[in-house]
Write a protein that binds this ligand. Structure first.
Ligand code: SF4
Ligand code: SF4
Length: 191
């Protein structure tokens, strides 16, 4: 029935008028629908909505299930950051495990794009839903490692990079980890 009516709509100026009238009617219908709905006003900061875990706000450095620092100071987050607001210095423990001697994020420059989290192989750097980081003194927005480190695994609490990576740790020798093939002598593979 509706198709028949549309077929009978005249072309030219009358057709344009008809289309305009239909659009106005649709707009008023939407307005009318909302007029009778109760208003929803969230009185921030008294009312704080629980934000989803995927919210991209204040960045944290997480720990693996054993409580160790996940960051291996690979510089991937720093390299991918479009505003170059991450800097660090890598260091190595006696067992070969790398860590960040210092790690710094300048939140005055961060645009919370999440690229650092995407690039991180160890799930160390994560954006959290904590968005209340506003400061009058811009220098206080420079966070050091001790400000960024948290005592949990964030969105990925069970992940432990060193249970999969091929380095010698207390968990086992090289080639003995989950998903890891034994080391290969590259010289014996030469043609
Ligand atoms: S969220 Fe984006 S801008 Fe902020 S530190 Fe990560 S990569 Fe850089
Ligand atoms: S936070 Fe992740 S990506 Fe950045 S240096 Fe540490 S391990 Fe690498």
């Amino acid at each position: 029935m509706r198709v028949d009516l549309i077929d009978k709509v005249p072309s030219g100026a009358i057709g344009t008028l008809w289309e305009g009238t239909k659009a106005i009617a649709a707009g008023f219908a939407t307005t009318l629908k909302h007029v009778f709905r109760p208003p929803i006003t969230e009185e921030y900061p008294e009312f704080r909505r629980v934000l989803p875990a995927r919210t991209r706000a204040r960045i944290v450095l997480t720990r693996d299930p054993d409580g160790g620092e996940r960051c291996v100071a690979c510089y991937l987050c720093s390299g991918v950051c479009p505003v170059s607001c991450i800097s660090m210095q890598s260091a190595e423990r006696t067992d070969g495990r790398r860590f960040a001697a210092w790690f710094r994020i300048n939140f005055a420059r961060c645009i919370y794009c999440g690229l650092c989290e995407e690039a991180c192989p160890t799930s160390a750097i994560q954006l959290s839903p904590m968005f209340e980081t506003c400061e009058r003194d811009i220098l206080t927005l420079v966070y050091e490692k001790e400000d960024l480190l948290v005592d949990h695994g964030g969105k990925d609490p069970d992940y432990n990079f060193y249970r999969h990576a091929g380095v010698v740790t207390a968990i086992g020798g090289k080639g003995g980890h989950i998903d890891e093939d034994p080391p290969v002598n590259v010289r014996s593979n030469m043609p």
